[in-house]
Design a protein around this ligand. Structure first.
Ligand SMILES: Cc1cc2nc3c(=O)[nH]c(=O)nc-3n(C[C@H](O)[C@H](O)[C@H](O)COP(=O)(O)OP(=O)(O)OC[C@H]3O[C@@H](n4cnc5c(N)ncnc54)[C@H](O)[C@@H]3O)c2cc1C
Length: 400
């Protein structure tokens, strides 16, 4: 039985599939266009590698919205605890942070990746760097551009794990879309997920506050609320609380061109209590100082309150504004700067083994599939789970 397997894309989805298949005795070659593997995974570790989330599985699943039913079998077969055990097995114990997010104790991705690559080497996985996949030849061979020459491969099965299109300088640029479209495979357009939104700040606000965090706020939109931190940048707003609502906000902007949200700058205080605190203003105190002291607002929040126009002086009106400050998002930030990608291979194109129905023997996993999730560990968890599922799918297909 032919046992050669090509995995194209050495991100987390491709690497975990390589591990599973090599453990099962297959001869695996991992191809990547970059000189070294898992560059986005390493970047993900820079701000603290959020591997997965500890919330109950049923809640966890809802984070994938419409893709939840489709992803469920893979996530049940390789759930968050399995990912934590796997990291533990590589000497990288995990812990649950205060928000329920799961991180390796080392916080970074590099020690985990080093141990992982050592394990893969021990299992005999061959790594072929600087191999840029260019599609298929007329004889069905995989074609790679390598050092100015075309290299062919004829594996028994292929796994595509080419990632999305965010942060293209790390290797994943969505350049695979025309290659699959040519084969008649239905693709959903690649769109930014967990990215920022454009806001037309006033010149003075932009100059003073670009780079300032808005801590412990809530963003309210269409009955949904996301609490956390947001970050002001020169042309807009980004950060965890924004990302949590990024899918519905993106859809509204794509439909209507802009979207109105409300910021609650003191979500921990109710409006009546806030108005009471604001009623006690000392004589001669400036409104800005009063807002800072009585409402506990940082200078950036006070300036933000002034963005729509003149501030009301009356405590009840001020409290109402602090609890529901209107803000217009006028566009999406480019996909290049997003954390992840929505869209990709339509799930209807895949069978239960994650094999492309139109291309027998070719499987797909990770972010190139049409699902999206918020930040919080959901992205890596789904990449790992679909990587494991595709490895099992390849084994099952080769056996049959
Ligand atoms: C700044 C940042 C922080 C993040 N933090 C987190 C986090 O804390 N938690 C979390 O869950 N997720 C996080 N993510 C998202 C997470 O890193 C990705 O979802 C994940 O890496 C996707 O894995 P993947 O294996 O599908 O694809 P990728 O990791 O993108 O890997 C795909 C690989 O395919 C290769 N490739 C692409 N095209 C070709 C080609 N034509 N030929 C050969 N090789 C090719 C690329 O070089 C790349 O190595 C973060 C992302 C970013 C950008």
């Amino acid at each position: 039985m032919a046992r050669d397997i090509a995995i194209i894309g050495a991100g987390p989805a491709g690497l975990i599939a390589a591990e599973r298949l090599a453990e099962a005795g297959y001869a695996v070659t991992l191809y990547d266009r970059m000189p070294s593997p898992a560059r986005k995974f390493l970047l993900a570790g820079r701000g603290g590698l959020n591997l997965t989330h500890s919330e109950p599985f049923e809640t966890f699943l809802t984070r994938y919205r419409e893709a939840a039913p489709w992803l469920e079998p893979a996530l049940r077969a390789f759930p968050p605890q399995a990912l934590r055990d796997w990291a533990d097995g590589l000497g990288q114990e995990t812990f649950i942070g205060s928000s329920g997010r799961v991180f390796p104790k080392a916080m970074k991705a590099s020690p985990l990746l080093r141990a992982w690559l050592r394990r893969l080497e021990g299992l005999g996985v061959a790594f072929a760097p600087r191999h840029d996949w260019r599609g298929w030849g007329e004889n069905g061979a995989l074609l790679f551009e390598h050092d100015g020459a075309t290299v062919e491969a004829h594996p028994a099965a292929t796994l595509l794990a080419l990632g999305g299109a965010s942060w293209p300088r790390l290797g994943s640029d969505g350049g695979w879309t025309p290659l699959l479209a040519e084969r008649g495979i239905a693709l959903l357009p690649l769109r930014p997920a967990n990215g920022g939104f454009a806001v037309a700040w006033s010149q003075i606000f932009r100059e003073r506050f670009a780079g300032a965090p808005l801590k412990r706020i809530a963003i309210c939109f269409a009955g949904g609320e996301a609490r956390g931190e947001a970050m002001i940048d020169a042309d807009g707003l980004e950060g965890g609380a924004v990302y949590a609502l990024s899918a519905p906000l993106r859809e509204a902007i794509q439909r209507d061109g802009k979207v109105a949200i409300r910021l609650d700058l003191r979500p921990d205080l109710d409006e009546a209590h806030l108005a009471e605190r604001l009623a006690a203003r000392r004589k001669g105190e400036t409104l800005s100082n009063h807002l800072r002291k009585a409402a506990g607002l940082a200078p950036v929040s006070v300036a933000l309150l002034r963005e729509p126009g003149r501030l009301p002086e009356e405590p009840a009106a001020l409290a109402a504004l602090i609890k529901a400050l209107p803000l217009m998002l006028t566009g999406l930030r480019p996909i290049e700067r997003a954390i992840s990608t929505a869209g990709g291979i339509a799930t209807s194109e895949l069978d239960e083994n994650l094999m492309l129905k139109r291309l027998a023997g070719t499987f797909a996993a990770g972010e190139m599939l049409d699902w999206e999730g918020p930040t919080g560990g959901y992205l890596l968890q789904a990449c790992f789970a679909t990587g494991v599922a595709a490895a099992l799918g390849i084994e099952s297909w080769l056996r049959s």
